[in-house]
Design a protein. Structure first.
Length: 113
């Protein structure tokens, strides 16, 4: 009888821990880190998005006030702003994916690839 109660108690405790910790682990998996690079095709300041084209594939980069902008290469760069970025320039952004869009926290850009 005691053994049966202990087994039931351990099983219930395991289920409660799984229910409590499961959503937290799933939330961490939802934010997938990554990067996008290519040529700036179109910029839309109203929606805070930049269309980046690499070959025939076009992807969206979403930026916000926390996005850090750098002009130059990764090895040789200087702080910059979004206002200096132009269509046709090369852009490399890192951040987290929200579906298929990249929410950028750091972007490097330069005139040529």
């Amino acid at each position: 009888m005691r053994r049966s109660m202990l087994t039931t108690l351990a099983l219930c405790l395991g289920v409660l821990v799984t229910i409590a910790v499961g959503p937290a682990v799933a939330a961490d998996k939802g934010a997938k880190k990554g990067s996008l690079n290519g040529t700036v095709h179109m910029m839309n300041k109203d929606t805070s998005t930049i269309s980046v084209r690499k070959g025939t594939v076009e992807r969206q980069v979403v930026y916000n006030a926390d996005t850090k902008w750098l002009y130059g290469t990764k090895a040789d760069h200087k702080p910059s702003s979004l206002d200096q970025l132009k269509e046709g320039w090369y852009l490399n952004c890192q951040g987290t994916f929200d579906g298929v869009k990249l929410v950028a926290n750091l972007c490097h850009f330069r005139e040529t690839k």
